[in-house]
Design a protein around this ligand. Structure first.
Ligand code: 23J
Ligand code: MN
Length: 261
């Protein structure tokens, strides 16, 4: 049997399940908040064109507006100055929108410390237990932050010293970008960088190193708790916005369940 017909059978039997890693996108979706003097992104909004009424008796449709970096979204290399001559979101090759994914769970650590930073040692320890990071694949970090995604204040977790959300250490961001075969990282928080990363050197090291290396970011992921540490196949499908720096993205995970997959 061909590989793809095996997959079709596995999906039909439940041996492979599809898990939606995407948060709902609405006018209530939490937004990144940058300090003065920086510009901030508008949120997502729908505007009704007609709803089976005099404006369109048999059809319902909307226009929508919103920032590229709202909700579960994809960061393209050109988003950061370090990647300014690299791909925009429409130029990412389709083969790089699908690939294997591994999941590191640091939800206990992030619950104990909102400023938890994933280290190179954490990833090395994961590799010792589960094998090397996947070539042309994704590292997803589970922090439990998805449970806050319905509430902007809880999600950003800001006080007088700024936002406090988990992320990656500077060294880890550099190492993942420059020394590993990954094509991207995915997180549950509002951006790939930690809340405190505005004060790191360089500022926002995940953005700086990963996008500078031609790699990608996925943010505001949901349902990572449903994924095993290894064995997931991931599909990330951003809109093909010409010249876009990123896009809201539908992220789907193909996950083996039970035996036979
Ligand atoms: C612009 C400036 C800083 C950051 C970001 C955007 C993001 O997190 C993003 O969504 O790419 S930290
Ligand atoms: Mn972004």
């Amino acid at each position: 049997m061909s590989t793809l017909s095996s997959l079709v059978d596995a999906l039909a039997s439940g041996a492979v399940e599809v898990v939606d890693l995407t948060q709902p996108l609405s006018d209530r979706t939490p937004l990144l908040q940058l300090p003065e003097p920086f510009a901030n992104t508008p949120g997502f909004a729908l505007h009704e064109l007609s709803r089976y009424d005099e404006r369109g008796p048999a059809w319902y449709w909307n226009s929508f507006e919103g920032g590229e970096h709202v909700g579960t979204h994809f960061d393209a290399p050109v988003h950061w100055v370090t990647g300014k001559d690299s791909e925009d979101v429409s130029q990412v090759p389709p083969a790089r929108l699908v690939g294997p994914a591994v999941v590191i769970d640091r939800s206990a650590e992030a619950a104990a410390d909102s400023d938890f930073l994933l280290s190179v040692e954490d990833v090395r320890a994961f590799e010792s237990e589960h094998g090397p990071l996947p070539t042309d694949g994704w590292l997803l970090v589970r922090t439990g932050w998805d449970t806050r995604a319905h509430d902007q204040d809880a999600f950003l977790n800001a006080n007088e010293t700024g936002p406090h959300t988990p992320g990656f250490s500077i060294d880890c961001a550099r190492w993942l970008a420059e020394e590993t075969p990954l094509i991207g990282i995915g997180v549950e928080t509002v951006g790939t960088d930690a809340g405190a990363a505005h004060s790191f050197d360089p500022p926002f090291p995940c953005h700086s190193f990963m996008l500078g290396a031609g790699k990608y970011g996925l943010t505001q992921l949901a349902n990572l708790a449903q994924l095993p540490p290894t064995g997931t196949f991931l599909v990330a499908a951003p809109l093909k916005i010409v010249g876009g720096s990123g896009s809201p993205v539908r992220v789907l995970a193909f996950v083996p369940r039970g035996d036979g997959a």
